[in-house]
Design a binder for this molecule. Structure first.
Ligand SMILES: *Cc1c(COP(=O)(O)O)cnc(C)c1O
Length: 401
């Protein structure tokens, strides 16, 4: 029997054809597949702008740069996420402040965040990075209200939640990462995520100014459009003198200028083509994830050894399906022995040696730590066969019964 992973990509013949077509075309990078993917993704999420980048971590870094995170700036995030959600602040020299999670959603607890604000002078914190952990759709409207009260920006880490949504106070459906409430949102296209590019990421926003900044930062901070140039036309032609009444009226077509310290965080065209092809099946995949979640929930809801689970939640995107159990280590090993490669998400970031140097320690976040002691992520991906899921459920129940 083939091992059952906790997550995996789903590549079809259409995907392969889409990539092959780009490989035979004129552009491997910086070609038309990028704006096509960006447009399709923005339409899917329901936001105005999307910027494709080389991975989710690059997306976080550019988001932090676009929001002008400076050395010493304090930014709040959850300890239960992939390290990159916090690291992007460190890349800019900012200070990461963690707050505990909520024991039901497993996401950053907004009340804990508010407590931090109440204890500190206004202006102490610059931003919040809530994570739609496991695909749980965070109420971004509530975060926006809080952030506005204290003058903070928000980056929504929606890596787990493409296609997820919450219902706002007006009864409207708000897709995760749609830019309605958060300033910026980011996604990853790593193969375990909903949409695979191999490596890839996306930043979404409704803010035109931030969008333009992101485009610049993605490619070395280099501007190529005449309307954006800062140097005079004379300098552009190689003349030292900048004259008031120049005869030159247009910039040379070869001219470009570097205006900011940017990076090469571009996605390639064949990755974008893969992502775009995958996006066409996103709804189908999400539907299957929801079915799998419902099956797990039904199978475990009355079991005394299941101390908590992701559950059936409106708008949940189910990147992961988490159960909380006692004897987690033994269950993990039992499942491994039976070829079920369940995983643990995540080792709390505040306990990573790198973050401990800033003074974080065991005991700082009891709910996150208690969650970490018991959590295990069961296989969850669209091509998990019903027989395979049944096998996972039976093996879990057998272990306890
Ligand atoms: C995967 C992931 C990232 C990073 O994405 P990469 O594409 O692997 O760089 C960031 N945040 C969360 C929550 C993730 O799951």
């Amino acid at each position: 029997m083939k091992p059952i992973p906790y997550g995996r990509q789903n590549i079809t013949e259409d995907d392969i054809q889409a990539v092959a077509n780009v490989l035979k075309s004129d552009y491997l990078t910086q070609g038309p597949a990028i704006p096509e993917f960006e447009k399709a993704f923005a339409d899917y999420i329901g936001c105005k702008y999307a910027v494709a980048v080389s991975n989710g971590t690059a997306a976080l870094h550019l988001a932090a740069l676009a929001l002008n995170v400076q050395p010493g700036d304090k930014v709040i995030t959850t300890p239960i996420t992939f390290a990159a959600s916090a690291n992007c602040i460190r890349y800019c020299g900012g200070e990461v402040v963690f707050a505990d999670i909520d024991s039901i959603s497993y996401c950053l607890d907004i009340q804990k965040v508010e407590e931090l604000f109440k204890k500190a002078p206004k202006g102490t914190y610059k931003g919040i990075i809530p994570v739609d952990f496991a695909g749980y759709p965070i109420n971004m409207e509530a975060y926006r209200k809080l952030a506005d009260q204290y003058g903070l920006w928000i980056i929504e880490d929606a890596c787990h939640a493409p296609g997820g949504h919450f219902i706002d106070s007006n009864g409207n459906m708000q897709m995760c990462g749609n830019g309605q409430y958060a300033d910026l949102a980011i996604f990853s296209f790593h193969p375990v995520k909903h949409i695979a590019c191999g490596e890839g990421g996306m930043i979404t926003t409704n803010n035109e100014e931030l969008y333009k900044k992101l485009l610049l930062l993605r490619t070395h901070g280099i501007a190529k459009q005449e309307t954006n140039f800062q140097n005079s036309i004379e300098v552009a032609y190689g003349n030292q003198l900048e004259t008031q009444n120049s005869k030159l009226k247009t910039y040379p077509s070869w001219y470009y200028e570097m205006q900011e310290l940017g990076y090469n965080y571009r996605l390639t065209d064949f990755q974008a083509a893969l992502g775009n092809s995958q996006l066409k099946r996103a709804d189908e995949g999400l539907q299957r994830r929801i079915e799998i979640a419902q099956n797990y929930f039904e199978a475990f809801k009355n079991k005394p050894y299941i101390k908590g689970q992701s559950g059936v939640v409106e708008g949940h995107a189910y990147h992961l399906y988490v159960i909380e159990v006692e004897d987690r280590k033994k269950l993990y090993e039992h499942l491994r022995t039976n070829n079920i490669l369940a995983q643990i998400h995540y080792v709390p970031i505040h306990l990573m040696p790198y973050y401990k140097q800033f003074g974080w320690k065991y005991g700082d976040f009891p709910i996150a730590e208690n969650y970490y002691k018991r959590c295990i992520s069961l296989p969850m991906y669209p091509t998990l066969y019903p027989e395979e899921q049944e096998y996972v459920i039976n093996n879990t129940n057998e272990f306890y019964e």
